[in-house]
Design a protein around this ligand. Sequence first.
Ligand code: SF4
Length: 71
Amino acid sequence: MSYSFDCPYLEDTNHGVIRCEFARITPPDKESRAEFLTECCGHPTKYKECVFYKIMDDYYKRKYSTEVAKW
Ligand code: SF4
């Protein structure tokens, strides 16, 4: 099964692991891995509801607002 991987923080889904900039997730089986990818990381809109996504967005907002302020 292929996924569109809509979340910009997703890095790797090989070897049964879901790895993103915030977390390394190890689902217990293929079905739960597929469900998580379908309902979260690879969903066209639901990935924005992921708490890890929100935290990473906040992190980049802080990071770039600080860097812009230094200029
Ligand atoms: S949706 Fe959440 S868990 Fe999935 S890649 Fe994005 S931040 Fe990581």
